[in-house]
Every structure is written in structure tokens, then in C-alpha cells.
Ligand binder design. Structure first.
Ligand code: UDP
Ligand code: MG
Length: 350
């Protein structure tokens, strides 16, 4: 895919002074050693200094202590420990809020987003692009079901949500500081970051790659979570379902009017209105069903309005390591003053 905003001339720039890698982590103790090794190897190859913003999204395994132990020996490791599992998109938001690099890369912990691709993304950054996203040409180690559903999902996203949402991309992408700043002003609770980034604009470019299987451990996105994610994405970005409900209601209404006329004429002209029971039942259930369906869809939106109106924080931070934060981000909450030494924190918790 070419630059989607190619009417804008690109301004070449030099390497970022600092590159941030934001990585959400949930129960990834099996993956952790591989991740650590490949991040350290990548840092050698990078043309600029790096910080790793690792967000522990309420893991229940050893991930927490592994992260803090690493933070003690390496100041490049910044840990944000969330108070519970807030979900992938909220964890990403926490990481983006705290990353201070000039260029910020978002990637998964399981090395399905190959770190070497970041070098190519940096190339695009130097060319002047503000967003360089990885686009999967092939997926390995994923079931046919996941591939097919993912395909349908992206088609729907493009059609209904935003035409600039690229197909077959995850959250793996490099963003300039400007984009991340803009993103930090979008504080809705139901977050679909890919859509939000497409919505923001700027010059965006795809980098094709073949998605390898997970290096270890299990996917944290079982089918029901995937469906919920797709549903959230559609509802948070589009009022098409609401419109569909209206169209459906409209159609059934006209059908009812037509059928009513027909029944009326039969009653007046032919006087043969005895067998009506089946028709009535059918009509009743048809109309009743449509009303319920439309009500349900409306209800979904009202539920979301209710959720948004509460203005709850998107995530709650329990602890930091190697991060000094003076102002907690809007709709992100820090449970205590975070400037504790990570060694102290570790002593308390492990
Ligand atoms: N993840 C997270 N919170 C969650 C679920 C997942 O932080 O509630 C992280 C997970 O540790 C991984 C990334 O999000 O780094 C992507 O998850 P996964 O690899 O399981 O998803 P898949 O690649 O199968 O779509
Ligand atoms: Mg994965």
C-alpha cells in the first residue's frame, strides 16, 4: 500500500534521539526469556538509544517478578504494573502514555511481531512517515478459523469503520511523537487503537511481513475475546448497526402496511376472513422480533454511552519501575506516588 496521504510532501528527518518500544504483557512467563534476549539483540543493531516500556497487564504468573528483576539490572527497562488485567488495548494505552521517545513502536510480547522489522520502520521514519505499520502477508501457526475470521474482520472494519484501516495489520507499528501526542487526546473508554490511529491521519505506510507463530505459551485471545474485540471495534466507531436496525424496522413496517391492506381488501371485497390465526402469529412474531432486535441494538449503544459517561480511568497503575511520573495521564490513574526505587518495590512484593 502506498502512502495514504500522498498529497503531503514528506519531510526527511534523522534518527530519533530515543526510540520507545511499548509492549503489553499478560501471563507471558514462557515467552519472557526469548523476548528479553531478542530485545537486547535488537538494541545492539539500532542506530539510536532505546527504552522498553513494558506494561504488565495483571499477569497471574511469574511475569511480574521477571520484569522487575530485569528493571533492576537495566535502566532501559521501564515497567508499568497495572492493578489488574485491563485488556490489551488499555495496556497499550498505558504504555503509550508513558513512552517518551521521539518514535514509539508498539509490539506484542510473543515475538509474533519480528523485532528486526523495526529497523525497516525506522527507515520509513527517516523518510518522513509518521506511521509505519507492519502488514501481514502470511500468518503461520494460526488456525484456519483464526485466519478466516481475521480476514472477515478487516474487511468489515474497512467497510464500516474507516476506509484507511489497512487490512491484515495488528497493532505492530511505529509512530512519531506527534501521532502519539494526538492519540493521547482520544480518551474514549472503548478503545480500538488501529481505528483511532487511522482516524488521526498523518502520512502512513505499510511494511509487508510474514507473521511467524507464537514463540511459546498460548494465545491470550480466545474466540470469545476476539468476537468481543470485533464487536467493540464496530460499535465504537460506527453507527451502521443503528442505521441497519432502522432500515430493518422500516422494511418490516412497510411489509406490515402492505399485508394489512391486503387483509383489509380481502375482508371488504371477498368476505372470506376466517383463517387468520397463522397469519397473525407470523406477523406478530415478525414484528415483535424486529422490535426486540432494534431495541437490543439501541440498548448496546446506550450501554456504551453509560460506560463512557462514568469517565472511569482506562487503566490503573499499581507500580512503576525506572519511571518517574509527575502528572498521571488523563483517565489513567496511579494508585500511589510512583517514585519508589524499584529495588524497594521488589523487596516488598517478591
Ligand atoms: N495481552 C495483554 N492483555 C490481554 C491479552 C493480551 O496485554 O488481556 C498481550 C499479550 O501478552 C501479547 C499481546 O497482548 O503481548 C497480544 O496477545 P496474543 O499474542 O495472545 O494475541 P494474538 O497474537 O494471538 O492475537
Ligand atoms: Mg500473539
Amino acid at each position: 500500500m502506498k502512502n495514504q496521504h500522498n498529497y503531503m510532501p514528506l519531510q526527511p528527518r534523522s534518527n530519533p534521539e530515543l526510540l520507545s518500544l511499548v509492549i503489553p504483557i499478560y501471563n507471558e512467563q514462557e515467552v519472557f526469556p526469548y523476548l528479553q534476549k531478542s530485545l537486547e539483540e535488537l538494541a545492539e543493531k539500532l542506530p539510536c538509544p532505546v527504552e522498553w516500556v513494558l506494561v504488565n497487564d495483571g499477569s497471574r504468573d511469574l511475569t511480574y517478578s521477571l520484569l522487575f528483576e530485569w528493571a533492576i539490572v537495566d535502566p532501559r527497562v521501564k515497567v508499568i504494573d497495572l492493578a489488574r488485567n485491563f485488556g490489551h488495548q488499555a495496556a497499550l494505552t498505558a504504555g503509550l502514555d508513558h513512552a517518551i521517545g521521539d518514535a514509539i513502536v508498539v509490539m506484542d510480547a510473543d515475538l509474533q511481531d519480528p523485532p528486526e522489522l523495526i529497523l525497516e520502520m525506522l527507515e520509513k521514519y527517516r523518510e518522513g512517515y509518521d506511521v509505519a505499520f507492519a502488514q501481514r502477508t502470511k500468518r503461520y501457526g494460526e488456525t484456519a478459523f483464526k485466519r478466516v475470521t481475521a480476514n472477515v474482520f478487516y474487511r468489515m472494519m474497512r467497510r464500516f469503520i474507516h476506509k484507511d484501516i489497512p487490512a491484515n495489520t495488528g497493532d505492530f507499528r511505529l509512530m512519531s511523537k506527534n501521532v502519539v501526542n494526538a492519540l493521547s487526546h482520544l480518551r474514549e473508554g472503548q478503545r480500538f487503537l488501529r481505528g483511532m490511529i487511522a482516524w488521526i491521519g498523518f502520512s502512513q505506510i505499510a511494511i509487508p511481513f510474514e507473521r511467524p507463530p507464537r514463540i511459546a505459551g498460548q494465545t491470550k485471545y480466545p474466540v470469545y475475546k476476539m468476537m468481543k474485540f470485533a464487536w467493540d471495534a464496530i460499535l465504537s466507531f460506527s453507527s451502521v448497526p443503528l442505521r441497519m436496525a432502522m432500515v430493518l424496522g422500516f422494511m418490516v413496517f412497510w411489509f406490515g402496511v402492505g399485508y394489512g391492506l391486503y387483509a383489509f381488501i380481502r375482508a371488504i371485497v371477498y368476505h372470506d376472513l376466517v383463517p387468520g390465526w397463522a397469519t397473525l402469529v407470523i406477523l406478530q412474531s415478525l414484528i415483535g422480533g424486529t422490535i426486540l432486535l432494534c431495541l437490543g441494538i439501541t440498548g448496546e449503544y446506550i450501554g456504551r454511552i453509560y460506560d463512557e459517561i462514568k469517565q472511569r480511568p482506562i487503566y490503573i497503575v499499581r507500580e512503576y519501575a525506572n519511571l518517574v511520573v509527575s502528572n498521571p495521564p488523563r483517565r489513567g490513574i496511579v494508585s500511589h506516588l510512583p517514585n519508589k526505587d524499584s529495588k524497594e518495590v521488589l523487596k516488598e512484593r517478591v
